[in-house]
Design a protein around this ligand. Structure first.
Ligand code: 8YV
Length: 309
């Protein structure tokens, strides 16, 4: 049996159903009773960025062999527990890199050029009655990236196309990338007009964008988050934005999705998206193929396609 944690993608659900005895966890009214009944038949879990597998669930399923995640981020899976119990873990890297990097650039442009306000200005008929106020140029602005992995690098390449100087922070300096390295996020923020969060969420990166970083970015700086909500101290972000200590924010992720702080709704210098970084038909299909491909490889005794643990 395969346990799917929450609704993700119709194509994925269909492909899983064709191959396996698929249990949709979100439709079970009595979860503890369900786990008790199926504890000896569930051999795989399919999770995503909002529902993974914690230590308790892993312990409740003694026949669990593999967790195949419909996401690149693995912060919802207890990886330590998986290592300890010899449970394999796979994710969906690479196939979503371009979409997430594209969306980061989209957020920057939407925020600086006020695309959403421009759109409603025209659609509401206001264009006939006045001028739209000037916005902020993107090309040539310095871009600071937290995390120069697959996604961070793809964002850097795109920003280079806009003639932006690129700075980055990561745990260690990368040789030969040609971008300016800063050993702390505060220094990165001090030296960047636009700060982009593109690292995995771990204990070390939780609230990596704190009040000090926001103040270093300053009233002309903008924050872009396409990583995970908890990378940013959201309470401090709301304060920094409402007090005018931070220039703006473009956010695809939040600390308690789908909850978004309502204080942000009225702010002109904020763009809010419902976690859609990888949400294109093409990419979600490719992610689904990887999830299924990993399960098939596992049950056929073949090497996994994208193994993490
Ligand atoms: C998805 C993501 O939103 O890959 C990730 O880490 O956050 C996203 O691609 C999610 O897992 C889809 O359900």
């Amino acid at each position: 049996g395969v346990l799917m944690m929450c609704p993700m993608n119709a194509y994925l659900e269909n492909e899983l159903q064709k191959r396996y005895n698929l249990h949709r966890f979100w439709t079970c009214p009595e979860k503890p009773a369900f786990l008790e009944t199926h504890r000896n038949s569930i051999r795989a879990i399919v999770g995503n960025a909002s529902a993974g597998a914690d230590a308790q669930l892993i312990d409740d399923l003694p026949k669990l062999e593999i967790i195949s995640s419909f996401s690149v981020g693995l912060d919802r899976i207890d990886l330590g527990k998986c290592k300890e119990k010899g449970i394999r873990v796979t994710n969906t890297p690479d196939v979503l890199t371009e979409d997430v990097a594209d969306l980061a650039i989209g957020l920057i442009l939407a925020l600086l050029r006020r695309l959403c306000q421009c759109d409603s200005y025209v659609k509401s008929g206001k264009w006939k009655y006045g001028d739209f106020k000037l916005t902020t140029k993107f090309s040539g602005k310095s871009v600071g990236i937290i995390g120069l992995g697959r996604i961070g690098t793809a964002i850097a390449k795109r920003a280079q196309g806009f003639s932006c100087p690129i700075n980055y922070y990561s745990r260690t300096e990368k040789p030969d990338v040609g971008y300016k390295y800063y050993p702390t996020v505060v220094e990165l923020a001090q030296n960047s007009d636009i700060l982009v969060v593109a690292c995995p969420l771990t204990d070390e990166t939780r609230h990596i964008v704190n009040r000090q970083v926001m103040d270093a970015l300053g009233p002309k700086g903008v924050l872009i988050n396409i990583g995970r909500g908890p990378h940013v101290d959201e309470k401090e972000l709301v304060k920094a934005l409402t007090e005018g200590r931070l220039g703006g924010a473009g956010l695809d992720v939040f600390e308690e999705e789908p909850h978004v702080p309502e204080e942000l709704f009225g702010l002109e210098n904020v763009v809010l998206l419902p976690h859609v970084g990888s949400a294109t038909v093409e990419t979600r299909n490719a992610m689904a193929d990887l999830v299924v491909g990993n399960l098939e490889a596992h049950f056929a005794g073949k090497p996994l396609l994208t193994q993490v643990v």
